[in-house]
Each structure stands twice: as structure tokens, then as C-alpha cells.
Design a binder for this molecule. Structure first.
Ligand SMILES: Cc1cc2nc3c(=O)[nH]c(=O)nc-3n(C[C@H](O)[C@H](O)[C@H](O)COP(=O)(O)OP(=O)(O)OC[C@H]3O[C@@H](n4cnc5c(N)ncnc54)[C@H](O)[C@@H]3O)c2cc1C
Ligand code: SF4
Length: 536
């Protein structure tokens, strides 16, 4: 049986690879693969780190204070902590051009989800109506992924939006702020459901509440934001470790793949650059691109683009999608003056969903109550001097929260990536994105419902604090080479096989024909498993 070469060790690539290994296939995984630094004082809680580290400022803000959010950074209230910056390092010579889109790339071992917030939401059968296969095949993938990575949550009012899957672990304990919101929801449920089409419940998160495969449950260290030191919080590098235990697996890090080499529609090898810039060439029997939708598109275009010139327009792929995200900060008046709990799971524990007439247009929200996040970006926004602002924040710290509101996206021809030979050291992409014409109206309608729901839950959400995130920053990239049952150029078969190259598959978000409002990574992983079962 032929050997399969997978490019990319992100969420998509590692689950595709592991499924093939379990089936006894020989797999080589090629990756840039920047490594994470080792965790510091792995047993310590966040507060213990502050006390025990020799120079805590280096850990929390960086030795050049590169993670401090300064007033001149505009509306930003968050920057990646120093311990996670490696995940966003780009290889020398890599470049892109952008217009209306601000993409985030990762070339790390494990990819973007080394720095994710672990929200895992299965798409419903309505949301996958444009996917050219039976939803049951994806449902099997969700079950398999949940067993592998460990997902905690509950079957509650949000199950009407998040279908049930096997192997769901019990939810993490609620902090006081989240518990009070739930309590208030219980009392206002009927009004919220009937008047606003609003439902509140537990989010599903890839962080263990029970031990799994040698990983301990969450120890409430409160370090999620800085990188979980005890492996309770799932990242794809854990699955890469599992792959490396198979004798039929080869891991080849340190290679930036530039192109594949083909003749008569059959790929025979890949070419790239090593970390030292030296050229690398590897033979290939069967190639699977799982480098993330944008990087897979870049490798595909570079490999198949004709030489540019007056008679050859630049080659492009259209239909790029990402979720628009709005941030709605709020103050929960009942929590003012209460203490916050630093020894607890730090990301969202609650979600909020809004029905829409068309169920594909459901609006998906995650509610994060503020615990150990850095507060200096909030303090400096207050119209007070430092001493008073700090005292004020101490009083309302436990009452602060933010709702992250997500919207669906469609494939539209104006949203495209174009092959641009003069970008970077080996050509690169120009990425263009324009929001749909009715976006403003759609957002306004949804935000009115979000604010009314928050009011019913006892919270104040000042309109002026609402922040629209730049397109691209939600990092849910999809589209460009959609799966289709029709044999059309620049599509793949329903199982992700290229229609142009017989021994090429895609196993990441590039093949999604539609993007619901939900975070997509659980579906990326489930779909990678589905493709590995379908065609290999
Ligand atoms: C801060 C943050 C929070 C997030 N939170 C969530 C969340 O809560 N829920 C959710 O569903 N999603 C979330 N995401 C998005 C999620 O991380 C991504 O959807 C997911 O990681 C994509 O996985 P992927 O494997 O398709 O691609 P990537 O993660 O981009 O992995 C790409 C892999 O390919 C390799 N690679 C790329 N180009 C090349 C090349 N040319 N040659 C060789 N190797 C290459 C990289 O090294 C990497 O290993 C979040 C992302 C971020 C940044
Ligand atoms: S609170 Fe976060 S960092 Fe601590 S053990 Fe749990 S998941 Fe890991």
C-alpha cells in the first residue's frame, strides 16, 4: 500500500494522520513545526507563578514588554502572552498581501490550536445541508474526536443548537459570576426563549474534567491563557505525540513546503525549504494538504499557477470565509464588590444562542467572565488617574465579562486569494475580503437582542464599548476549494480528493462549502477523520 504524506500538524493534519495510522497505513507528516517553550513551574497556579518566578514580568509581559497593550494599540484589549508568541512566528521569506482581511498564521507544531480557546461545537444537519455527504458521516467523526481529545459540557438548552455526540465529559465547575448568570437565566428563561429566541447553557470545551489517556483532569491552575502546563487543555501537539508512538509514522519538521511537483495530473514529490534555507525535495506517493485553508491554497496555487504574463491572468481561488466576531463587554451589577476566583478554568463556561428564521443563520455567542486576564488594557481606558482607575477595577473585576458574538459566512466570489509572484521570497497570496452588503443590518439586529438578553440577566452592556473585530481575526478560515458532488474546476470530491490531481486530497477547512456561526475546529477534526475513512 502506498505511503501517505500529510503537510501540516494542526488540528486537521494530526487527526487525519492518526486515523490512517490506526488503519495500519504508513504516514509521513511534513511540517514547519516551530516548537513550544517548556512550561515554567508546571505545578504552580497563576498566583504562585507571580510569587515564585524570579522575574514574573518577563513571563507575563515579555522581557521587552512585547505583550503589554499600550494606549496607541487602538481598541485592542488583548495581546498574546509571551509563552504563546512562538505559535505565530513566521518563517523567513514568508509574506502575504491583504485587503480587508487580517489573517493569523501559525507554523507551530500543532498549528493555531496551540493558542486556541478550545470551544468545540458540532455543526447541525441544517448547517451542513450544503456539504455533499450525509451528516451521519460527520457525526461519527465527532464521536471519534470527542473520545480522543476529551470534551466537557452538558446537554441543556443549547443542545437545540449543538447536536449531542458521544463521550461528553461532565462540565467544569462554574465560577460565581457564571453561576449567577445561570441562576438569573433560570428565572427569566421563558421570556428570553419566547421573546428573544435566546437560549443560555454550557459551552463545550476541549479541556478535561475527567482523566483521559494519561492526561489529568483540569487542576484549576488558572493558567489557560498562558498555556496549560498539565495537558488537561487539549492542543493538537498532544495528538502529534500519539502519532509518534506508531512505528509506521515519520515526522519531518523544519520544512516549509512550497510546491508539489506533478506531471499529467499525478504528483511525484514536494519541494520546500529547510530551516537553514536549503532546498528540500521529498518523494510522494499520495499527498494530503492540511496546512490550514490559507497555506494549503498557497501551496496549491504555487504548484499549479501558469507563469504570469499578459495572456495569463493571475490564478486565484474564490469563496474565502471567516466568522465576523463582535465583542460585547458587560458589567454584571450583582457581582460588583465580589472577589474573583483565580483558581478556576479561565475561558468561557457559558454560551448563548439566538434562533433565526433560517436555522443556518443562528447567532453563536460565548460568554467569558473575567478572571485572570490582564487588566491594564481596561484600566488605561478609564477616564481616571492610575490610582483611582486601579481601585475602581479592583472593585468591579469580578463583575466584568465579555460576550463574543459570531456570525455565519457564505462563499462569495469577491472574497478571494490571488497568486502574486512578487510577494515574499517564493511568491505568495494576496487575500481580499469584503463583507456582505447586509452585514451592518444583520449585526445591528443581533446586537439589540444580545444587549436585551444581557439586561435580563442583570448586566449592563454599554453600546459604545462594543467592538467589531477585523475580518480574519476570528481565525476560522474556510472555503476556496469546496467539496461538491458536481465535477467542476477548483472543487474537490465529497471526500476531499482533488479533481485536478489524482493523488491529492485536502483535509482542512479549504473544502468547506458553508461556514455556520460556530467555531469550526471540532468539525475540521471530525471531517479529517471522515476523509481518512472514506478514501483510504
Ligand atoms: C487565539 C485563538 C483562539 C481560537 N479559538 C478557537 C476555539 O475556541 N474554537 C475553535 O473551533 N477554533 C478556535 N481557533 C481556531 C483554530 O485554532 C483553527 O481553526 C485550527 O487550529 C485550524 O487547524 P488547521 O489544522 O486546519 O490549520 P493550522 O492550525 O493553521 O495548522 C497548519 C499546520 O500546517 C503547517 N504549515 C503551514 N504552512 C506550511 C507549509 N508551507 N509547509 C509546511 N507546513 C506548513 C503549520 O506548521 C501547522 O502545523 C482559535 C484560534 C486562535 C488563534
Ligand atoms: S485551569 Fe486551565 S491551565 Fe489550569 S489545569 Fe485547568 S485547563 Fe489547565
Amino acid at each position: 500500500m502506498s505511503r501517505v504524506t500529510v503537510v501540516g500538524s494542526g488540528a486537521s493534519g494530526v487527526h487525519f494522520a492518526l486515523t490512517l495510522l490506526e488503519k495500519g497505513r504508513e504516514v509521513e507528516l511534513v511540517d514547519v513545526g516551530t516548537e513550544a517553550p517548556s512550561p515554567q513551574l508546571p505545578e504552580a497556579s497563576l498566583l504562585e507563578l507571580k510569587e515564585q518566578l524570579e522575574r514574573p514580568v518577563d513571563y507575563f509581559l515579555g522581557d521587552a514588554l512585547e505583550s503589554a497593550v499600550l494606549p496607541q494599540n487602538g481598541d485592542d484589549i488583548y495581546s498574546f502572552p509571551p509563552s504563546k508568541r512562538y505559535a505565530f512566528d513566521r518563517p523567513t521569506g514568508f509574506d502575504i498581501r491583504t485587503d480587508g482581511f487580517d489573517p493569523v498564521y501559525s507554523f507551530a507544531r500543532g498549528g493555531l490550536a496551540e493558542a486556541w480557546t478550545a470551544g468545540c461545537y458540532p455543526f447541525s444537519s441544517t448547517e451542513t445541508i450544503d456539504f455533499p455527504f450525509d451528516h451521519a458521516a460527520l457525526a461519527d467523526g465527532y464521536d471519534e474526536i470527542a473520545a480522543r481529545i476529551g470534551i466537557s459540557g452538558a446537554l441543556d438548552d443549547l443542545s437545540r443548537f449543538y447536536p449531542e455526540h458521544a463521550h461528553l465529559q461532565p462540565p467544569h465547575p462554574l465560577d460565581e459570576h457564571s453561576a449567577r448568570l445561570v441562576d438569573r437565566y433560570d428565572r427569566r428563561r421563558q421570556w428570553l426563549n419566547e421573546r428573544l429566541g435566546c437560549y443560555v447553557g454550557r459551552t463545550r470545551v476541549a479541556a478535561l474534567s475527567r482523566a483521559l489517556d494519561g492526561r489529568p483532569p483540569c487542576a484549576n491552575l488558572g493558567r489557560c491563557l498562558w498555556g496549560c502546563p498539565n495537558r488537561a487543555f487539549y492542543t493538537p501537539s498532544l495528538t502529534l505525540e500519539a502519532c509518534r508512538r506508531y512505528p509506521n509514522f515519520t515526522y519531518t519538521p523544519g520544512v516549509r513546503v512550497l510546491r508539489f511537483v506533478s506531471s499529467a495530473g499525478r504528483i511525484s514529490g514536494i519541494e520546500g525549504k529547510g530551516v537553514d534555507g536549503a532546498p528540500v525535495r521529498l518523494p510522494v506517493d499520495h499527498l494530503v494538504l492540511a496546512a490550514g485553508a490559507l497555506s494549503s491554497a498557497e501551496i496549491y496555487l504555487r504548484s499549479s499557477a501558469p507563469e504570469p504574463g499578459p495572456r495569463h491572468p493571475p490564478r486565484a481561488l474564490s469563496g474565502l470565509m471567516d466568522n465576523r466576531q463582535m465583542l460585547v463587554p458587560f458589567v454584571h451589577t450583582g457581582m460588583i464588590g465580589r472577589a474573583y476566583e483565580p483558581r478556576s478554568y479561565q475561558y468561557h463556561l457559558l454560551g448563548m444562542g439566538f434562533e433565526n428564521e433560517d436555522p443556518k443563520h443562528y447567532v453563536h455567542c460565548q460568554i467569558t467572565t473575567l478572571k485572570t486576564a490582564l487588566l491594564h488594557p481596561v484600566i488605561q481606558k478609564l477616564p481616571l488617574d492610575l490610582a483611582h482607575a486601579t481601585r475602581m477595577i479592583a472593585m468591579i473585576h469580578a463583575a466584568l465579562g465579555v460576550v463574543n458574538v459570531n456570525f455565519h459566512d457564505d462563499r462569495r466570489s469577491e472574497n478571494r486569494v490571488e497568486w502574486t509572484p512578487e510577494v515574499g521570497d517564493a511568491g505568495g497570496l494576496t487575500i481580499r475580503y469584503r463583507p456582505p452588503s447586509d452585514e451592518g443590518e444583520r449585526i445591528d439586529r443581533a446586537l439589540v437582542r444580545v444587549r436585551r438578553a444581557l439586561r435580563a440577566l442583570g448586566c449592563v452592556a454599554p453600546k459604545s464599548m462594543t467592538h467589531m473585530r477585523t475580518m480574519g481575526t476570528s481565525v476560522h478560515y474556510a472555503g476556496l476549494l469546496p467539496m461538491s458532488s458536481e465535477d467542476r474546476p477548483d472543487t474537490t470530491t465529497p471526500s476531499g480528493r482533488s479533481r485536478e490531481f489524482e493523488n491529492l486530497h485536502f483535509a482542512d477547512g479549504i473544502t468547506f462549502p458553508f461556514l455556520p456561526a460556530k467555531n469550526l475546529t471540532f468539525t475540521l477534526m471530525a471531517n479529517a477523520v471522515r476523509i481518512a475513512h472514506a478514501d483510504f
